[in-house]
Write a protein that binds this ligand. Structure first.
Ligand SMILES: *Cc1c(COP(=O)(O)O)cnc(C)c1O
Length: 371
C-alpha cells in the first residue's frame, strides 16, 4: 500500500550526514552522560531558540515532570487545560500535584485567561498552559495573573518549536518552557526534549535531578529518575537542526494549499493565523461543524481512512474523559474543550507531503459532505 498518507512523517538527515556526525563516538566511546554531542546541541539550541538557559532530556514528558520538581513544586494545584496530549496532565499528577482544569479559547484552543482567575485558590502554585498546535497562548494576560497571585508559569511548548512571539523565542516565556523532540514533532532528536528557563540555579539542579538526583560520588540530593539524552539522539538533533528552517517552509506550502482548498467552505473552520507570531506549521487542525458541513468529524475521519489517509482526532478523547481520569473530573466543566475535541481533526502535514496529495485529501473531505 504505497499510496498511504500518514498524518506525519519524521524528518531525517541523509544517512551519510548522520554517519559523519556519529563517527567520532567510535573513538571516544562516550555515549551518554552529557557528552560532546549533547553539549554541542545544547549550545546550538540555546542560540536557535533564543533562550538564556536550556537543559536536555530523554523526552518532552520528562522535561515537564522534572521542571516541576526543579521549581520545587511537589504539592498543590496547577491550573491547566484538558485540551492537550495526555503527557501534560500525567506530568502534573505524577509530580504529586493536582491539575485543575480550565476551559479554552474557542478560537486558538489555548487556555482561556478569563477563566483562570476564578479557579485560583490558596492551594494554587502554578499555571501550566499549552501552545496548542503551535498557537501561542495569551502570554501577557497569563503572566499578569501569575504575577498578581505569585504563581509559577510553565509552558508546554511541545508544539511550538522554532516559533517566535513579538520577535522573541517562544521558549523564553514563563518560568520554564518545555519542548518535545519526539520523532513526530516539527524538529526531532528521535526521542528527546528540553526545558528553557531564566534562573541559572536550575542548570545544575535539573542536570542532577535527571541523573537520579546524583550530586557527586558520595552525595545524592533528589529522588530523580534517569532522563538523560544520549549521544546518538544529540547527533540526530545536530543534523536535523541544519534543515529545520527548510522543513518549516515546506510545511508552510502544504498549509497554504489546504487553506486554498478548504477556506470559507461551509461548516469548516480553519486554525486562526495569529498576529505577532512566526508559526512553525506543526499541525493542520480543522473543525467540522456537522450540521453546516453535512458530515461529522468521525465521518470525515472514516472516509479518509478508507482512502488510506491517516488523519488524527487530536485531542480526542479529552484528557478528563480518559479511563484514568474520568472518575476524578467532569469534562462538562470545560464545555468548549469538550466540544472542540468532538469536532476537530488534524490533517496530514509534513515537509515532503506533495501538493498533489494535499489535493487528494481535500477531495475526499469535500466529497464526504457531498460538496
Ligand atoms: C509530544 C507532547 C508531549 C510529550 O513529549 P514527548 O517527547 O513525547 O515525551 C507533551 N505535551 C504535548 C502537548 C505534546 O504534543
Amino acid at each position: 500500500m504505497d499510496d498511504r498518507i500518514n498524518v506525519t512523517r519524521s524528518s531525517m538527515p541523509s544517512l551519510d550526514e548522520y554517519v559523519e556526525e556519529i563517527r567520532g563516538l567510535w573513538d571516544s566511546h562516550w555515549l551518554t552522560n552529557a557528552g560532546k554531542k549533547h553539549e554541542e546541541l545544547r549550545g546550538l539550541l540555546r542560540e536557535y531558540l533564543g533562550v538564556e538557559h536550556l537543559e536536555l532530556f530523554t523526552n518532552g514528558h520528562m522535561a515537564i515532570e522534572l521542571s516541576l520538581t526543579g521549581l520545587g513544586l511537589d504539592k498543590g494545584e496547577v491550573i491547566t487545560s484538558p485540551f492537550t496530549f495526555v503527557s501534560t496532565t500525567h506530568a502534573i499528577v505524577r509530580s504529586g500535584l493536582t491539575p485543575v482544569f480550565c476551559d479554552i479559547d474557542p478560537h486558538d484552543y489555548t487556555i482561556c485567561p478569563q477563566s483562570i482567575e476564578p479557579l485560583i485558590t490558596d492551594k494554587t502554585v502554578a499555571i501550566l498552559p499549552i501552545h496548542v498546535y503551535g498557537n501561542v497562548c495569551h502570554i501577557e494576560e497569563i503572566q499578569d495573573i501569575a504575577d498578581r497571585h505569585g504563581l509559577k508559569v510553565i509552558y508546554d511548548a511541545a508544539h511550538a518549536f522554532g516559533e517566535t512571539y513579538k520577535g522573541q523565542g517562544i521558549g523564553s516565556f514563563g518560568d520554564v518552557s518545555i519542548f518535545s523532540f519526539h520523532a513526530t514533532k516539527v524538529y526531532n532528536t528521535i526521542e528527546g526534549g528540553a526545558a528553557c528557563y531564566h534562573d541559572p540555579c536550575l542548570d545544575t539542579k535539573l542536570a542532577q535531578i535527571r541523573d537520579f538526583g546524583i550530586v557527586d560520588e558520595e552525595k545524592t540530593a533528589y529522588i530523580g529518575p534517569n532522563a538523560k539524552m544520549h549521544e546518538f539522539s544529540a547527533a540526530m538533533g545536530i543534523c536535523n537542526l541544519r534543515h529545520v528552517d527548510q522543513e518549516i517552509s515546506k510545511r508552510a506550502k502544504v498549509s497554504e494549499r489546504y487553506r486554498e482548498r478548504l477556506e470559507g467552505k461551509k461548516g469548516i473552520l480553519l486554525n486562526t493565523i495569529q498576529k505577532d507570531v512566526k508559526t512553525n506549521h506543526a499541525y493542520f487542525p480543522v473543525i467540522f461543524q456537522e450540521e453546516a458541513f453535512g458530515a461529522s468529524r468521525d465521518e470525515v475521519f472514516n472516509a479518509l481512512k478508507e482512502h488510506n489517509i491517516g488523519a488524527r482526532k487530536y485531542f480526542y478523547p479529552l484528557n478528563t474523559t480518559l479511563d484514568c481520569y474520568r472518575d476524578r473530573y467532569d469534562a462538562n466543566e470545560t464545555p468548549i474543550a469538550l466540544n472542540i475535541s468532538r469536532q476537530v481533526l488534524t490533517l496530514p502535514i509534513y515537509a515532503d507531503l506533495s501538493l498533489k496529495d494535499v489535493d487528494r485529501i481535500c477531495d475526499v473531505i469535500l466529497e464526504t459532505a457531498g460538496a
